[in-house]
Design a protein around this ligand. Structure first.
Ligand SMILES: Cc1cc2nc3c(=O)[nH]c(=O)nc-3n(C[C@H](O)[C@H](O)[C@H](O)COP(=O)(O)OP(=O)(O)OC[C@H]3O[C@@H](n4cnc5c(N)ncnc54)[C@H](O)[C@@H]3O)c2cc1C
Length: 402
């Protein structure tokens, strides 16, 4: 049996003594996947007093929730159905460093979505922007359309083509690896049995609940529910176990930390209205450039690979917006982390049809980190009360014919 290396072996799960036989344990919940979603859900469930087993195939944060740089914690320009989740997440993020004992963890820097003069001067596009500002504000997301002078106060040095920005002061960045490991450690401290190096290979309904078979051949039983939080690997596991086919695919954005000649770095989380541009300063003088362009995936070896032209394109785009980035040195480029992309670009958070005891959450489409604290809180609430929170309704699997 593999054990977590996070904090040593501190398995204190409230398991049935009669099933403490080697290779077979009974828990209230079995969570599959040790990314930010699985770790945070395990934390909230174990904090509520439930006996929780979290199985991670490799190591905590080895998937989309780990790796180079930071993740954007952004409400701006998000699908409108995710805004109620971000409203909740906005409340949770500022306390997360203390709650999980991490640093720097989360930083509320404010976010700026740059907009060109060409867009701001176009009446219909400006109308569209002003409408988005109004709608986001109505959802409780502080959102302001600012002009060039205000942008210069916040983030000086933009190219002449930049006319202003949408500014969300409550947006920010998070160290995803730290947050994920922090949640997993907190889950373990609350009594969860966290096992790394242990993949779930099959889930089956039994008279005692749901049985999860592991790569080591053990079979564990969840009395209440199994939570499938394996991100891009959930599709396969759910297909093999229940025959359902999720409309999700693998998606691996390419991240490129760079260093400008002068050491120029941004003070805010940056994005752009029409260019695939996003930038996060990493605190060591480098700035991570991304924006949604993806690397390639070698399906035979289950590994991502980078494309040189994407790293170069990222530098060119950054230089066109902030000339300080012209000729910036590429520190590294990475496309090794797979997220899951849903066909309609919002997640699916639901139970498997006909199996209320199996809940899954996947299809984050490149923006699942920022909402994770809210999603985990709501999923734990759903599990422990049996009532599906209204904020999760838009993410039902039933929106697809199946
Ligand atoms: C490069 C990149 C940049 C991103 N940028 C942002 C951003 O700026 N803002 C934002 O909000 N979001 C962003 N995202 C999205 C966000 O990081 C992900 O949506 C989120 O981390 C997904 O978390 P997860 O726990 O569902 O998945 P993961 O972190 O992938 O965790 C799933 C885990 O399940 C494990 N697993 C798989 N199969 C099994 C099995 N059979 N048994 C046991 N374990 C299994 C895997 O090993 C993995 O550790 C980005 C994603 C990537 C890849």
């Amino acid at each position: 049996m593999s054990r977590s290396v996070l904090d040593g072996d501190t398995n204190t799960g409230d398991t049935d003594s009669e099933t403490r036989r080697r290779g077979e344990m009974t828990y209230d919940y079995i969570v599959i996947g040790g990314g930010v979603h699985g770790s945070a859900a395990s934390y909230h469930l174990s904090k509520s007093g439930a006996a929780v087993l979290m199985l991670e195939a490799k190591t905590i944060a080895c998937g989309a929730s780990g790796g180079v740089g930071y993740r954007g914690v952004r409400a701006n320009a998000r699908d409108i159905r995710e805004l109620p989740l971000m409203r909740i997440a906005y409340e949770i993020w500022p306390g997360i460093n203390d709650e999980l004992g991490i640093s720097p963890g989360y930083q509320r820097l404010g976010g700026l979505e740059l907009i060109g003069h060409d867009v701001l001067d176009d009446a219909s596009l400006r109308d569209e922007l002003e409408t988005r500002v109004k709608v986001q504000s109505a959802f409780g997301i502080d959102t302001r359309l600012i002009d060039r002078a205000a942008l210069d106060q916040l983030e000086p040095g933009a190219a002449a083509s930049v006319g202003g920005a949408i500014y969300c002061p409550d947006d920010g960045v998070g160290d995803h690896t730290e947050v994920t490991r922090g949640y997993a450690r907190a889950a373990q401290k609350s009594g969860a049995d966290v096992q790394e190096g242990t993949a779930a290979t099959r889930i089956e309904q039994t008279s005692a609940g749901y049985a999860v078979t592991t790569s080591g051949g053990e079979v564990h039983v969840a009395r209440k529910q199994v939570l499938v939080m394996a991100n891009s690997y959930s599709r396969r596991l759910l297909h093999d176990s229940f025959g359902v086919d999720l409309p999700t695919t693998l998606f691996n954005p390419q991240m490129t930390p760079v260093r400008t000649k002068s050491g120029f770095a941004f003070q805010h989380l940056l994005g752009h209205y029409s260019l695939p541009f996003a930038a996060k300063s990493l605190g060591d003088g480098s700035v991570m450039l991304s924006g949604g362009r993806t690397g390639g995936w070698d399906y035979d070896n289950d590994a991502g690979f980078t494309r040189a032209e994407i790293a170069e394109r990222s530098v060119i785009d950054a230089g066109s917006l902030y000339p300080e980035f012209e000729g910036a040195e590429i520190v590294l480029t990475d496309a090794s982390r797979p997220d899951s992309k849903c066909v309609d670009d919002i997640p699916i958070i639901d139970t498997v049809p006909g199996h209320d005891g199996v809940l899954f959450a996947t299809g984050w489409s490149g923006h699942g980190f920022a909402i994770a604290p809210a999603v985990a809180t709501l999923i734990a609430q759903w599990c422990t009360t049996g009532q599906k929170p209204v904020e999760l309704e838009p993410f039902a699997f039933s929106r697809f014919p199946n």
